[in-house]
Design a protein around this ligand. Structure first.
Ligand SMILES: [Zn+2]
Length: 423
């Protein structure tokens, strides 16, 4: 239980100094243009002087690595089309049956034939539901970093009980994990939520290797979630270690950060494969919500990935206010591309209001991270940086683009790895 110091509430009444937290409609319009020009000055990786939006989706020049073709269609629409080509809806039934057959064959005579990482959100719970419906025998793995909401935890319990799936929980050392989160916030990069994502990834591979399970099923779908721009979210093991070494303290012991040799070992020696199950189905969020609520008593947690309070703090407050990054654009763009929303509806949603955040969540997160208000303000006002300011595997990935392309073609590595990082 976190105790919030009284002065937090008083001092945060109007938000951190120099940056008001609440805006009227007219202020917001002014702020958007002001922020764009301010961002161009201060964010060396975000050039937004000539604001431009993709003619097909709603991604725009706040994504620094974006490019547009002659028709104004963006890089991420191209990635979407390539993923559609690799996972065409017309062949999905056959492809799905083929992959399920392969998973069952590899898992014969084993307790489990696949692993599903569960967070309590729609995508992971539906992946678990679908896996059972397809006759698979998954082991659910839950990584608890101390920030998940009660709704998310309850969703996991209900789903694993009703679906009769064993649940393996990996509890992070909470102090150690907070140190890693603080290190990313001090590093002042927009990737401050990747410790959780990468830790989950590492834990899934480690558990699969220990249990002799050959398949990890993911709940990600490019049709509903899209592909997060590399300048908005970048992650690899070398990056995490470098940020922790420069801004953290101690050694991370409670989970293994997956470095490149581990990934190669898991992929080529242990032959563990990742399958994005939802990419083989016509995944419709509205319909899925109804199924999950009806069959598993699943409860929506509200917002974009707000099942985790750190993610909520980070995505709804820190990214828009400090980095001029609105992650709603990624998901809305995906829904536009897959025909679940019109571009006009998505633009209207974005322009109706800036990303809303809950002030109490910001206060809670700062207190839980163990910072005083003054310490947090110093961190908050540090000049933004990017992954390019740290050691990462990206130069090596770009150098090895040809073998990576071959490995993706052979389905040893996920295609998105090549499309996003190496192409
Ligand atoms: Zn686009």
């Amino acid at each position: 239980m976190i105790t919030v110091p009284k002065d937090f509430l008083a001092k945060w009444k109007n938000g951190p100094s120099e940056k008001p937290l609440a805006f009227s409609r007219s202020e917001r319009r002014h702020r958007h243009s002001r922020d764009r020009s301010a961002a161009a000055d201060s964010l060396k990786f975000t050039k937004v002087d000539n604001f431009r939006r993709c003619s097909r989706c709603v991604l725009d020049t706040t994504v620094s690595d974006i490019w547009f073709d002659a028709a104004g269609v963006c890089k991420y629409c191209y990635i979407h089309d390539e993923m559609e080509r690799l996972h065409p809806l017309k062949n999905m039934e056959e492809d799905l049956q083929r992959i399920v057959k392969r998973i069952k064959k590899a898992g014969r005579n084993k307790t489990y034939d696949c692993i599903v990482g569960v967070s309590g959100g729609r995508d992971s719970i539906y992946t678990l539901f679908l896996a059972r419906k397809l006759g698979l025998r998954p082991l659910a793995v839950y990584f608890d970093n101390g920030w998940n909401t009660e709704i998310a935890v309850s969703n996991i319990r209900k789903a694993t009980d009703l679906l009769r799936v064993d649940l393996h929980t990996v509890l992070a050392d909470l102090e150690e994990f907070k140190d890693l989160q603080r290190a990313f916030l001090k590093a002042s990069v927009p990737d401050a939520d990747i410790p959780t994502v990468y830790a989950i990834h590492s834990v899934l591979y480690e558990t699969a290797a220990k249990q002799g399970i050959g398949y990890i099923l993911h709940g990600h779908s490019f049709r509903t979630e899209g592909t997060s721009p590399i300048s908005w979210t970048y992650m690899d093991g070398r990056y995490i270690k470098n940020v922790h070494r420069r801004f953290g303290s101690g050694v991370i012991r409670s989970f293994k950060i997956m470095m490149l040799p581990y990934l190669l070992y898991y992929s080529f020696v242990k032959r563990i494969r990742e399958v994005r199950l939802l990419e083989y189905i016509d995944y419709n969020k509205k319909k899925v919500d109804e199924i999950l609520a009806h069959d598993l008593g699943w409860v929506y947690y509200g917002g974009y990935h707000h099942k985790n309070l750190y993610t909520k703090f980070f995505q709804s407050f820190l990214l828009p206010n400090k980095f001029n990054i609105d992650k709603r654009k990624t998901e809305l763009s995906a829904l536009v591309r897959s025909g679940q929303k019109t571009r006009e509806e998505a633009i209207a949603e974005l322009e109706a209001s800036a990303y809303q955040y809950d002030r109490s969540v910001v206060i809670y997160a700062v207190a839980k991270l163990g910072w005083t208000l003054e310490e947090w303000e110093r961190v908050y006002h540090r000049a933004p940086r990017s992954h390019k300011d740290f050691k990462t595997y990206l130069p090596l990935i770009r150098l090895l683009r040809l073998p990576i392309w071959v490995a993706c073609k052979l389905r040893i590595l996920p295609h998105i790895l090549y499309l996003k990082y190496a192409s």
